[in-house]
Write a protein of this length. Structure first.
Length: 523
């Protein structure tokens, strides 16, 4: 294992991913940002230089940060935000993990404006290595034309009474096509923006690493005439299983193997936006929105003419707004599931309006309020507060059995679906079902699949299981970025007796001093 060094300069640049020019928040002046590669076991040393003009932080989605909780990148929880003009160095081991990940800002909806990119951990002992010749990374994301800061102000204003803003476009690997006739007058919009093109050579087999890095949008991925053999989900190898259409919830990743065994030609790559899901997902259709739900790219065989495909879509149906069924995937390396549980944490998710008529989301009736100046890690490790002294609006749940087993009973008491994400762990999905009463007889204790993001259906229960072996403050939240800002967030303080033995690196402590100083300056 070696240490790999990356430098991420965050700045505002003008870019037109879908043809519509706007100022975006960029990583190294590009969108998506710089892709990070490592081999299993490597360390990543990543310098983030903030030139955005606003504070930020960077989170490595799916990386478990064993022994390095303070580099998890959640402002208000594991660090203070990085002020403008300041650099911060993240330095962590990828440990025992391999597979497909991503990284994104974890501050105020900023990732929806461009601060997101793939992070790939290659496995020198990949059990599927003989089964493919090349690999590509494909991201799917939604895209807004207005500044997220402005949209958030609207979303979180009293009596707004509306729903989540509908994106303007969907992008495949950072490229989309906006209908410029719908753009406001005087905007700089290039019609017929080129589509993303992936080149295949006849006879070769390709590993595609597919991820959904959206703020709101659920995508369904497919390639005409080319079935997808799934081999990995959220960093876990699966037994091979073939689908024609792959639903990918926000935050989820898959590797699939695709064979270039069709006629030399062009084929549509489809990243279809499930608009039924935008509708049920407490959003309303913005009548001014020119969003095209049929986001496409092109799979082009070497030797095929440079034309648009004329192929047709698979007719297969998928579950509305939801991901693959919970027991659809089987681990390639089945392990005996730990149990019985030593701890049970019930998280009841609701949505509503607060006393000021602002739309909020709640975990056990408490909407999360971020404290950026004094993150939980500072309160616990530097100021030596006890769990009971932590403010209630920080939605803290704690359990302290080393190598115990914690079950999360997550009850989604509203009609919206929520892509539910946990930091620090892949959780075993033991079961899910309608209603808010867990049916214990439905729990699967035989080879359940562990992952870090799972979609909760509207008005449903789900049970997740983890081994409590990773001391830290781990965020759990819905990965719809609007719902994070509305407060559908909690913090798991795992193994506080172990965690408080750690000393936070000086640079992390300094960040809080720098952040406080920058706030004073701007007053
Ligand atoms: Cu990908 Cu807490 O996030
Ligand atoms: Cu949600």
């Amino acid at each position: 294992p070696i240490t790999r060094y990356y430098e991420l300069v965050l700045s505002r640049v003008n870019l037109a991913p879908d043809g519509f020019m706007r100022e975006i928040l960029s990583i190294n002046s590009q969108y998506p940002g710089t892709m990070i590669h490592a081999n299993k076991g490597d360390r990543l040393h990543i310098t983030v230089r903030n030139q955005l003009g606003v504070p930020t932080s960077m989170h490595w989605h799916g990386i478990q940060q064993r022994g390095s909780n303070w580099y998890d990148g959640v402002s208000g929880q594991t660090q203070c935000p990085i002020p403008n003009g300041i650099s911060f160095e993240y330095d962590f081991s990828t440990g025992e993990q391999q597979g497909t990940y991503w990284y994104h800002a974890h501050t105020h909806g900023q990732y929806m404006e461009g601060l997101r990119a793939p992070l790939i951990i290659h496995d020198p002992n990949d059990p599927y290595r003989k089964d493919y010749d090349e690999e590509y990374v494909i991201t799917m994301s939604d895209w807004y034309h207005q500044s997220i800061t402005e949209l958030l102000e609207i979303r979180m204003s009293p009596n707004y009474g509306g729903f989540n803003p509908i994106p303007d476009a969907g992008l495949i690997s950072g490229i989309g096509r906006y209908d410029c006739s719908a753009a406001p007058p005087n905007s700089n919009c290039q019609a017929n923006n080129p589509l993303a093109v992936y080149k295949f050579q006849s006879g070769k087999r390709y590993r595609l690493r597919i991820m959904n890095t959206s703020g709101l949008t659920h995508f369904i991925f497919s390639i005409d005439n080319h079935p997808l053999k799934i081999i990995e989900a959220d960093g876990e190898y699966s037994q091979p299983v073939t689908v024609n259409k792959l639903p990918v919830a926000i935050g989820q990743r898959y590797s699939v193997i695709v064979e270039a065994n069709q006629q030399v030609d062009n084929y549509w790559i489809r990243a279809t936006i499930d608009n039924r899901c935008l509708l049920t997902n407490d959003s309303t259709v913005n009548v001014n929105s020119a969003i095209n739900y049929n986001v496409t790219g092109i799979l082009r065989y070497e030797g095929a003419p440079i034309t648009y495909p004329t192929t047709t879509e698979y007719p297969d149906a998928v579950r509305i707004c939801l991901g693959l069924a919970p027991n659809f995937l089987k681990s390639l390396y089945p392990r005996s599931i730990p149990g019985p549980a030593t701890d049970r944490i019930v998280l009841n998710l609701t949505m509503g309006i607060d006393e000021n008529n602002v739309g909020r989301a709640y975990v056990n009736n408490s909407t999360y309020v971020v404290d950026e100046t004094h993150p939980t890690i500072e309160k616990l490790l530097t100021n030596r507060m006890t769990i009971n002294q932590l403010p209630t609006q920080q939605n803290i749940y704690s359990y302290d059995n080393l190598n115990g087993v914690a079950d999360f009973y997550v009850l989604n008491a509203n009609r919206a679906v929520h892509p539910f994400h946990m930091h620090g762990h892949n959780f075993y999905v033991l079961g899910t079902g309608p209603g808010l009463v867990v049916d214990e007889s439905m729990l699967n204790l035989v080879n359940p699949f562990p992952r870090d993001t799972f979609v909760l259906d509207g008005n449903s229960w789900s049970v997740f299981r983890i081994i409590t072996d990773n001391p830290g403050i781990w965020s759990v939240h819905c990965h719809i970025d609007w719902h994070i800002e509305m407060g559908m967030v909690a913090q798991l303080v795992e193994l506080p007796s172990e965690l408080t033995k750690f000393t936070v690196p000086q640079s992390v402590t300094n960040l809080c001093a720098q952040f406080s100083a920058s706030k004073k300056r701007s007053l």
